[in-house]
Every structure is written in structure tokens, then in C-alpha cells.
Design a binder for this molecule. Structure first.
Ligand SMILES: Cc1cc2nc3c(=O)[nH]c(=O)nc-3n(C[C@H](O)[C@H](O)[C@H](O)COP(=O)(O)O)c2cc1C
Length: 197
């Protein structure tokens, strides 16, 4: 058993009508790539608002909503965060959103976040929504996990209970990138009904 990778031109029904919603979702997913170099142009506030809103729509375990978001646009603060983030190439992007885990709230809810991965899965679902929304807005974006957590915590005045987990970079890409969409054979890493099936 198996499925063929569906190309962008296969989002049509039997009558040849394009399924616009499916085509739009797949196109956005398939053409998103990380951006590492940005133009020195501010990100419109309403775009940041939409990216944050999409994070809040992400699925989250037990509807606990343990994520906290810190938006940084101040150039000096961006340079400081960049300086403690080996995973962020210089110069810093015009905006970042630091996605944090509110471990104080997790503890208050009696949720043992260290024993269950779901709090970290929540970070991932939120970040993916953010990256896709940024891409749909024509922004470049990318996640960074290679950064010094305590240094970022100090720089942003975060209390001990608010732990930075992922930095999402945002901005206009420095150069337009032609995105080649490779065809992927999902059967290589998928098993049906049981391993090996
Ligand atoms: C958990 C995670 C951590 C990442 N950390 C970094 C990082 O610190 N710096 C960076 O430049 N990219 C980082 N990335 C981006 C990946 O390098 C990138 O997604 C991967 O190379 C595939 O490229 P694409 O997203 O353009 O398809 C990270 C991605 C994930 C999912």
C-alpha cells in the first residue's frame, strides 16, 4: 500500500475544478523555506499581529495555553539577542518573536511539563503556524533554537518561570529565493497498519 506524492496540479476534483483551499494550503506549506538574511525594513505591526494570532490558533495540549510571546523590534535589543544566539546569522532580523514556555502556569495547573512532551509539542505547533502565516504574508521567517537561554532570559527581563524556547525571526527576505519544490516519496518513511507494512 502507499500513496503517491501529490503535485500542486493534482488539487483538482474529477471535473477538473481546482480545490482552492487545498491548493492554497499545500502551496503555502510546500514553498515555505527558512530565511537567514533580511532587509533592514520594519515589519508592519499588523503583520506581527497576524503572526501572533495564528500562534494562538495552534492546537495545544489540554487547552492549557502555556506559551508566552515576546516581540522584539528595538535594534539594540535585537543585536544583543543576536550576540547570544549562534543559530542567528548577523545582522539580526528587523523583528523577532521569542516563544516562551510559562512553567509557572504549568505548575499552577499541576501539569508536569518535564515528564510530558506536550508542552514542547505546543511550542512546535505554534511556531509552524507562525512560519506559515509569515510566508503567506510575503515575509521571510525562520526558527532559531541555538541560543543561550539564560542570557535571553536576562536580556528580556523574563522571570525564572518564563523560559524562552524558540526565537522566530521575521522580516523581508534580503534576496528573492526561487523555491524548488522537490517531489517527496512519503512511502519511504511511512508504514501502514504496522511497522514494515
Ligand atoms: C527545532 C528546530 C530548530 C532550528 N534551529 C535553527 C537555528 O538555530 N538556526 C537556524 O538558522 N535554523 C534553525 N532551524 C531551521 C532548520 O535549519 C530548517 O528548517 C531546515 O534546514 C530545513 O529548511 P527549510 O525550513 O527551509 O525547509 C531550526 C528548525 C527546527 C525545526
Amino acid at each position: 500500500m502507499g500513496v503517491e506524492s501529490r503535485g500542486l496540479d493534482t488539487t483538482r476534483d474529477d471535473q477538473g475544478n481546482v480545490d482552492a483551499k487545498l491548493a492554497c494550503v499545500l502551496e503555502t506549506i510546500r514553498t515555505r523555506r527558512v530565511t537567514r538574511y533580511f532587509k533592514d525594513v520594519a515589519v508592519p505591526r499588523e503583520h506581527i499581529g497576524l503572526v501572533l494570532e495564528s500562534a494562538r490558533w495552534a492546537p495545544n495540549g489540554g487547552r492549557r495555553r502555556l506559551n508566552v510571546y515576546i516581540v522584539v523590534q528595538d535594534p539594540q535589543m535585537l543585536r544583543n539577542v543576536r550576540a547570544v544566539s549562534p543559530g542567528m546569522l548577523p545582522p539580526p532580523p528587523p523583528a523577532i518573536i521569542v516563544v516562551c514556555l510559562d512553567v509557572g502556569r504549568a505548575e499552577a495547573l499541576g501539569f508536569r511539563y518535564r515528564e510530558h512532551a506536550s508542552a514542547y509539542v505546543d511550542i512546535g505547533t505554534a511556531v509552524q503556524n507562525m512560519l506559515l502565516t509569515a510566508h503567506a504574508l510575503g515575509l521571510g521567517a525562520g526558527p532559531v533554537m541555538s541560543f543561550h537561554r539564560q542570557a535571553v532570559q536576562l536580556l528580556l527581563d523574563l522571570p525564572e518561570t518564563i523560559v524562552p524556547e524558540v526565537i522566530v525571526k521575521l522580516g523581508e527576505p534580503a534576496q528573492a529565493r526561487e523555491v524548488k519544490v522537490p517531489s517527496i516519496n512519503v512511502n519511504k518513511f511511512t508504514h501502514w497498519e504496522r511497522y514494515g507494512g
